[in-house]
Structure formats: structure tokens, C-alpha cells
Ligand binder design. Structure first.
Ligand code: CP3
Length: 344
């Protein structure tokens, strides 16, 4: 009998043999689905993330529609920050916006630890989803300290991360203390999800590709490692992903990941050479190619599945999230194609 912990997704993450290449999509739940837009009508994003029946329905929608090999918990990287009391909002079309940026030592007082009693709804949502999913695994997630710090320090989305980099280099002790708090918050958020039944986790360090390797090693890696360490003793493989991280892939693996997410700027073949066979990989179809004619898209999917055969484990995904205007029927077709051509 298949269980979530013996599913193709978990097996690929553990570099064990699979029946077919497992596939899911970052942002598979969301605006590309008409059924998502319908149930979200009239409910703000952060409120939706804290409403178990809505979280359950939205998490399951892409599984029902596309037949993907995993669900990803419907939430947001800033949900645990809001849960500890940070005044922030998720603005449609923009992203997370923080009322008062975090830039001084006094601002750290606004980041107390995340205790499970602050997020009983998360436990309830995960339990309900896992009950509905049966043998399909649920992926829990959190934001990594650098990416969360970037939203907090900049006050919102940022192209250049100038305040973040200035703080990191200008006051390394404050930076380190900030990231220590964020690692505790994100680690606790991951732990709550796994203890409630998530079978794997993904730590998103979406914007860390903005850093050179030396800065990653010095200012980021210890805190991402500390985040993952909160899962010690639990049995859930760890996926670690960021955008534009071609130069950082081995360093991101080394913080405790089982699977390294690869964006579309680096081929899986090159990523595998950089990773030296030590990790499974996830990726890496360019989400923009979902808008190309089917023949062109099919050729890319085939190439990626083929390159993934050389990996010790491969989870098919996009190189970043599904774009909101993507035709969902194309996503279903990609799932079917990956399953068909990778069947062993
Ligand atoms: O399907 C899934 O992948 C699960 C849901 C998920 C969301 N956010 C839902 C969401 C996940 C995994 C995230 C993580 C997240 N949030 C990240 C890391 C992933 C990545 O894309 O690199 C980041 C950087 C954020 C911050 C954030 N939240 C952004 C940039 C946005 C988009 C802003 C916009 O409107 O374009 C959000 C909001 C958000 N998170 C939406 C969804 C479905 C859109 C909200 C809506 O539907 O109105």
C-alpha cells in the first residue's frame, strides 16, 4: 500500500527508486485557477491563510484538477511573522508590505518566538488536508531567514535589497540576531506543519540569489541551517529553493537539504555537476514557457525529464512559481506528459 511517506515524491527526495518522476508546481494553488479566484472572492489573503476550511479547499484544488504528485500547503512566507504580531499586509499585485521596517536593535522586540499556541489553525488545516489527501503527500513550507529579513528590512518587495545588504555588512551582529529570531520562527512554523502530518518541507529563500557566495556563506548559511535543524528527529525530507541561485547551489544543499531546487537559468545537467551527486534536484521548467506552443513546450519538458534521469532523485517542477495568467489546462497536460515519458 502506498502511503505519503512511500510516495514517489518522498522517494525521489530520498534518492530512492520511483515509478515515475513526481511532479508538482510552485504556486500551483492560486490565481491561475478559476476555482481559486471564486473561493477567494471577498477574503483577504492573510485571512484566507488562517481559515482552515478555505486553506483545505485551496490546497486540494490543484491536486484534483492536475493530478500532481504532491499538494503544497496554502499559506504564505509572512504568515508566521503576522502570527507573532508583525504589522503587515499582503497587497494584491505587490506582495508583503510591512508597516514599520525592522532596522534597529529595538525593532527586534517585535519578533518574539512563534509558539504553537499562536497557530492552532495551522495544525487544524494541515490535519484536515492530510486526512483528505490519503496517499498523496503534503509539502509544508516556510520562508528562509534571508528572504524574510529582506521583506522586514526593506518594508516590502525590493529589486536591489539595498537596506538589507547595508544592514548585513554595516551591523553584522544586529543582522545575525535578526536572522536568529527569523530562523526560530520559520523553524517552528515548519515543525508545526510536519508534526500535524506534512510529509516533506520546502524552505523558500526566493531572493537569496542577490548575494555572492562569500556573503551567502557568512551571513545566510548558518541561519538557514538553524531553520532546518528545528526538524531534527522528524522524518520529512527537506527541499531548499531560491531564484537565480546557480552560484549558490552546493552551499544551499550543505545547510541541511535533501533536495536542491534549481531555477530555469541553470540546466539540470549543470546543476548536477555542481552538486556532485549529493542531493536530489527539483525543477526546472521556465514558467514563461507554459505560454509557448505545445510542441515547443513538450520539447522542453522532455529535455528536462531526460536530464533528470542522471540525477540521484528528480522532482519535476517549474523554475519558479506558476504565473497568474497561465492556462491551467496546459499545466494538466504537462503533468500527464511527465508521468507518461518517465514511467518505469
Ligand atoms: O501553491 C503554492 O505554491 C502555495 C502557496 C504559496 C503562496 N505563497 C500563496 C500566495 C507559497 C508557497 C508562497 C510563498 C511565498 N510568498 C514566497 C516564496 C515563493 C516564491 O514565489 O518565491 C514569496 C516570495 C512570497 C511573498 C509573496 N506573497 C508574493 C511575492 C506574493 C505575490 C503578490 C502578488 O499579488 O503578485 C504573495 C501573495 C500570494 N501568496 C498569493 C498567493 C496565492 C497571491 C495572493 C492572491 O491570490 O491575491
Amino acid at each position: 500500500m502506498t502511503t505519503p511517506s512511500s510516495s514517489n515524491l518522498v522517494r525521489a527526495a530520498r534518492r530512492q527508486p520511483v515509478d515515475h518522476t513526481p511532479v508538482w508546481f510552485m504556486r500551483q494553488a492560486g490565481r491561475s485557477l478559476p476555482e481559486y479566484r471564486k473561493v477567494r472572492e471577498g477574503t483577504a489573503m492573510l485571512e484566507a491563510c488562517r481559515t482552515p476550511d478555505l486553506v483545505t479547499e485551496i490546497t486540494l484544488q490543484p491536486v484534483r484538477r492536475h493530478g500532481v504528485d504532491a499538494a503544497i500547503f496554502f499559506s504564505d512566507i509572512v504568515v508566521p511573522l503576522a502570527a507573532v504580531g508583525v504589522d503587515l499586509d499582503i497587497v494584491p499585485g505587490t506582495g508583503p508590505v510591512v508597516a514599520q521596517p525592522v532596522r534597529s536593535r529595538a525593532d527586534l522586540d517585535r519578533l518574539p518566538p512563534l509558539t504553537p499556541d499562536l497557530v492552532p489553525d495551522i495544525t487544524e488545516s494541515v490535519r484536515q488536508i492530510v486526512g483528505e489527501l490519503g496517499e498523496i503527500p503534503l509539502i509544508g513550507f516556510a520562508g528562509a531567514p534571508f528572504t524574510l529579513a529582506s521583506y522586514l528590512v526593506e518594508g516590502g518587495p525590493s529589486r536591489n535589497h539595498e537596506h538589507t545588504k547595508a544592514l548585513m555588512h554595516g551591523d553584522p551582529q544586529l543582522w545575525s540576531d535578526l536572522c536568529e529570531r527569523l530562523a526560530a520562527i520559520s523553524g517552528a512554523f515548519l515543525r508545526v506543519q510536519v508534526e500535524a502530518g506534512a510529509s516533506a518541507v520546502q524552505l523558500f529563500d526566493s531572493w537569496v540569489g542577490a548575494l555572492p557566495l562569500a556573503d551567502y556563506e557568512r551571513f545566510v548559511a548558518p541561519h538557514s541551517r538553524a531553520t532546518f535543524a528545528h526538524l531534527d528527529g522528524l522524518d520529512a525530507p527537506k527541499i531548499h529553493f531560491g531564484v537565480g541561485t546557480g552560484e549558490l547551489l552546493p552551499a544551499m544543499g550543505a545547510v541541511g537539504a535533501d533536495v536542491v531546487g534549481v531555477d530555469y537559468r541553470v540546466s539540470l545537467t549543470d546543476a548536477l555537476a555542481r552538486l556532485d551527486g549529493s542531493y536530489a534536484v527539483q525543477g526546472n521548467l521556465d514558467p514563461a514557457l507554459l505560454f509557448a506552443p505545445w510542441e515547443a513546450l513538450e520539447a522542453e519538458v522532455r529535455r528536462i525529464v531526460e536530464e533528470g534521469r542522471a540525477a540521484p532523485g528528480h522532482i519535476f517542477n517549474l523554475g519558479h512559481g506558476v504565473l497568474p495568467t497561465t492556462d491551467p489546462e496546459v499545466l494538466t497536460r504537462v503533468v500527464d506528459l511527465v508521468h507518461e515519458i518517465s514511467a518505469r
